[in-house]
Each structure stands twice: as C-alpha cells, then as structure tokens.
Design a protein around this ligand. Structure first.
Ligand SMILES: [Zn+2]
Ligand SMILES: [Zn+2]
Length: 428
C-alpha cells in the first residue's frame, strides 16, 4: 500500500472548514495526518504541492461509461482514466447501457471492471424499470446488494406517475435516491433544441422548458407523497429551480444537480448547427443560465455533475436533428467551472469544491468529500495558475464530443489519489 506525503499545498476541505497551508500524510488508504512540516517517514512517496490546492477528490454523480454495449465510445476503463485526469476520484455510472444495468449481475460487472482498471471508484446506478421500458420495476433490492447506490432510467424520463410513485415507495426501504431525467416525452416530441429565437431562425423543432418543469413538479409532489429521496438530474431551467426551492422549503427530500454546460452555455452555441451543443435537456436561454448560477450559489441546486455522454464522432457528424444528444465533460469540468464561476465571482473556490465533492457524496450516501484524519484518501491536487486551451485531441476519453474545444481556461487537476494510491499525475 502506497504511503504518500502531499507537501506544502493549500488544503481546502469545506466540510471540516479547513483552508490552510498544510502537509497531508496518507497511509493505508486513509488520511493519516494533517499538519505543518510533517516528517516524511522512510519509503514515503512525496508529492510536492507548493502553490497548489489540495482538495477532497471530486465526485461526479452522473456519467455514462457506455460499457457494456458501446465500447467504441467509452469503456469503464477509459471513462475512469478520463475521470482521474479531470480530478474525479469517483463517478456514478448511469444504467442506459446495452444490456441495461437493471440486475445484480450487471451491477457487479461494472464494479469489477472499475476495480480491475484501478483508476476512479465507480458507483453503479441501477435502472428503475426493466430494460428502461417504463413497464415494470427492476430488481432494486438485488442491485443494492451488489453495490448500486441509486436508481434512474436516465436517458429516458419515467413518464408514468404511477410507476414513479411505485419506485419511490420501494426506494424508501433502502433509503436511496430515485433520480429522474425530467422531460415529458409527449412535449419533447421531435424537438432538437431549446424552443426560442435561435430554434426558429435555424428552422429546428424546439423543446419548451415546460417539458422539464412539469416533471420536476410532478416528481417533487410524488416525493412528498412517498417520503422518498428524490434527485433531479441535469436541471436546466429557471422555473424548475424555483419548483425545487419551494418543495425544499416544505421539507420534501429533494435535491438537484446542474451540468457545467448548462451553467456556461446558452442555445446560441447551437448556431451553425453545432451538434456538440446538442443535449437533453437542451441548452437554454441567458436568463436560465443566470438563474441556475444563482440557485447553485444559494444551495437550491445541490451539486454539479457532468452528464459525461460519449458519442462516436461519426454519429455527431449527422444532421442536427438526427445527431445523438450529449457531450463529454470529465476532463473539462473543473477548468471550465473554475474559470467561469470562481474567476467569474459566482462561487468561491471552497463553494465550487463543496458542489463537486461533499455535496454529491451526501446525495449518493457514499464515502468521500472530506480530508479529516481517518477518512478515505480520495484527494485531488489542483493547479489554479496554469492558463491553457482545451484540446479535445488530448483527452483520455475515447470520445471527442465537447462544446468546449479551444476554450481558454485557467486551472486544472495535476494529481489524483484514489484510496491512498496516486493513480494519475499530469505529465506523469
Ligand atoms: Zn439524462
Ligand atoms: Zn445522463
């Protein structure tokens, strides 16, 4: 087992209210000591972190790893390598693979593949319904036993309120979150982007914000009725945030995530029929971006998740309406968010770390998010000074479908420690 001394960094640990220049000693997979001028025991590996930030490992609670079924787009291994290169020590994998992660064996397979790869920890999220078909509940109990941490039919919305209520009631036995991709299918229809001026000008069918708001409202009401823990995936519009705020104030157990692209881009990014700006829910208006930032800063939206969705470039090279939804995000999330939200004075650095580590750990009920002595040594070392240009050709992900290629950013992860092991170093 590696022993590491991460020396001289600015340790930022929001949960324990630490922000100080400290050494951090890792032994037996845990944080063994934090202090000034710690001795380097015999045989310890030293990571020099002077001038860098040492933070609890980032956790992405919403990624698509595409294995099994689309190993040409991503595998558990390449997704986990992309994760640690982006500073993420753990990710939650969505179940819309082929076959669908809707049973115990499928959950076990993903966990074993992640352990074999040896990079990030993967927490499988099981399907709510068998085959994501929306017709009968998947075997939640068996999946929990195998290591699933939450349930969703992501990629699809659970359209039936009755099915959603059933799933929520059943989930209370295990007290795990039920996550929904909130888009009323009957309103989305053939819509390819946000309904609005840009869609009209481009001659593309639009998706109204109401398609999301209706489901967010319905699900929050069902969470109140069932007492379940409910989590809104990739919340994208101003009024949805208002609905979450209202139900939270009532004491309903609801949480929400927002993606970097919904915090930074608007539907203007679709101009030129840019399929790397096509996602579900779609990029919205400037007013929505402003509202999402405000809701995130105010704690109405709990955390940031990338919805990393790899696609083969051949498929994104299609006509806009035919191209698949989704963009990758593991390797761009921190630099894009640090540049836009921290340097842009929307969030403090501590608040950004809180939204990307302790908050998702809390929502999922998993370890991590803290650097207190005795905690699991999942650690991210961040360089906040480097200015660089995002280059999709340098990604570890198998896919290249990013809307941020060529963006000038500041800051990046430079070293990632998972369970006490230094699994990735920039240029290492
Ligand atoms: Zn989704
Ligand atoms: Zn997704």
């Amino acid at each position: 087992m590696d022993r590491l001394l991460i020396r001289g960094g600015r340790v930022i640990d929001p949960v324990n209210k630490v922000d100080a220049r400290l050494d951090l000693l890792v032994a037996e997979g845990k944080v063994a000591a934090l202090g000034q001028s710690l001795d380097a025991p015999e045989g310890v590996r030293v990571v020099e972190a002077a001038g860098k930030v040492v933070a609890p490992g980032l956790i992405d609670m919403h990624v698509h790893l595409r294995e099994p079924g689309r190993e040409d787009e991503e595998t558990v291994e390449t997704g986990c390598l992309a994760a640690v290169a982006g500073g993420f020590t753990a990710v939650a994998a969505m179940p819309n693979t082929d076959p669908v992660t809707d049973n115990q064996a499928a959950v076990g397979y993903i966990i074993r593949e992640a352990i074999r790869s040896g990079y990030a920890t993967v927490y499988p999220v099981g399907a709510i319904t068998k085959g994501l078909a929306g017709e009968s509940l998947a075997e939640m109990g068996g999946m929990i036993e195998a290591g699933a941490v939450a349930f969703t039919d992501d990629g699809h919305c659970v359209n039936s309120a009755e099915m959603m209520l059933k799933a929520m009631k059943y989930s209370t036995i295990f007290d795990v979150p039920i996550i929904n991709h909130c888009e009323d299918k009957s309103l989305v229809g053939g819509g390819a982007m946000n309904a609005g001026l840009v869609a009209t000008r481009l001659g593309l069918a639009g998706v109204a914000a109401e398609s999301e708001e209706i489901i967010v409202y319905r699900d929050c009401a069902l969470a109140r009725l069932s007492g379940a823990r409910y989590h809104v995936a990739h919340l994208s519009c101003a009024r949805s945030a208002g609905i979450v705020e209202r139900f939270k104030a009532e004491g309903v157990r609801v949480s929400a995530e927002v993606t970097p692209h919904h915090l930074v881009l608007t539907d203007a990014a679709v101009e030129g029929y840019n399929t790397n700006a096509k996602m579900a829910p779609p990029l919205r208006r400037t007013e929505d971006v402003a509202a999402l930032r405000k809701a995130l800063a105010a704690g109405v939206i709990d955390c940031i998740a990338t919805d990393h969705a790899p696609h083969h470039y051949n498929e994104k090279e299609a006509a806009f309406a035919d191209a698949p939804n989704g963009v990758i995000g593991l390797e761009t999330a921190f630099p894009v968010l640090y540049t836009e939200l921290v340097l842009g004075k929307v969030l403090s650095l501590g608040a950004l770390i809180e939204k990307m580590s302790p908050a998702p750990a809390r929502v999922l009920g998993v370890r991590g998010g803290s650097l207190a002595q005795g905690q699991i040594a999942d650690i991210t070392v961040l360089d906040l000074d480097t200015k660089w240009s995002i280059d999709k050709n340098s990604f570890y992900s198998k896919s290249r479908n990013t809307p941020f290629d060529g963006m000038q950013v500041t800051g990046r992860a430079v070293a990632t420690v998972v369970g006490g092991r230094l699994v990735w170093e920039l240029g290492g």
